[in-house]
Design a protein around this ligand. Structure first.
Ligand code: 3PY
Ligand code: MG
Length: 234
């Protein structure tokens, strides 16, 4: 949600990392700057899902203090090369330098470009049929750190209806295949889980980065549960 206080509350829960979602959570850049300040203050690493594969958005998110980015709706390895280059200073990429920014503690920290390049996590979302068909090529892009699966878009793009058991099984097979390919190329794999049960299942399958749920979904579920509990005792 576009709220630094909500992000702060969630950050205090002790997650290993948090995704600040600029694609679907109505978060604009100025709100992002404030969210990153409070989340970082709790010691929780923040990764920003940028709205699209735009180098300017990627660089601004990193400058505002994100430890990495996840870029949605990738369709090819060529696009992934662009993502990696936008995350890295020359000679590895074309990230623009500005040391008096938050990523360098507003000029109080000196980090060599190569150390900064190593510190940044470059991630892409694998959530299109085209990307699935090029997963081997995508996972072998030099400098890519993370392939993050968006099961909802992947199912849509592949024409699968997960309320049908055979289609849900096919999606699981695709997800497992992506994870196997990532492991082969030594790239981290992650997935949006949408609940604790899928999170445990995907962790056991070897995924290293799990997005458990959204803040809005957690708030909605808890509101519904409390309301129905009180009403059931009426
Ligand atoms: C998807 O499932 O498509 C996602 O992007 C989850 O955040
Ligand atoms: Mg998606």
């Amino acid at each position: 949600m576009p709220s630094p206080v909500v992000a702060e509350v969630v950050a205090h829960a002790g997650f290993d990392w948090m995704c600040i979602d600029m694609q679907h959570a109505y978060i604009g850049f100025e709100t992002l700057v404030n969210i990153l300040a409070v989340v970082t203050a709790t010691g929780t690493p923040a990764i920003v899902r940028v709205p699209w594969n735009e180098p300017g958005d990627i660089m601004r998110a990193l400058e505002a203090g994100a430890v990495g980015v996840i870029v949605p709706v990738i369709t090819s390895a060529t696009e992934v090369v662009d993502v990696v280059r936008a995350c890295r200073y020359p000679p590895d990429g074309y990230r623009s330098s500005a040391t008096p920014t938050r990523s360098f503690r507003h000029g109080f920290e000196r980090l060599s470009p190569s150390a900064a390049n190593q510190a940044v996590l470059a991630g892409v979302m694998l959530e299109t049929k085209e990307a699935y068909e090029s997963v081997d090529e995508i996972a072998s892009v030099r400098g890519l750190d993370l392939v993050f699966i968006g099961p909802e878009d992947l199912a849509l793009s592949a024409g699968l209806d997960v309320s049908i058991a055979a289609d849900a099984k096919k999606l699981d097979e695709m997800v497992n295949h992506i994870q196997t390919v990532c492991r082969k190329h030594d790239v981290m794999s992650g997935i949006f889980c949408g609940g604790a049960d899928p999170a445990v299942r995907w962790r056991n399958a070897g995924f290293s980065m799990l997005a458990l749920h959204t803040d809005a979904a957690l708030l909605g579920a808890s509101a519904r549960e409390m309301l129905s509990s009180v009403r059931s005792h009426a």
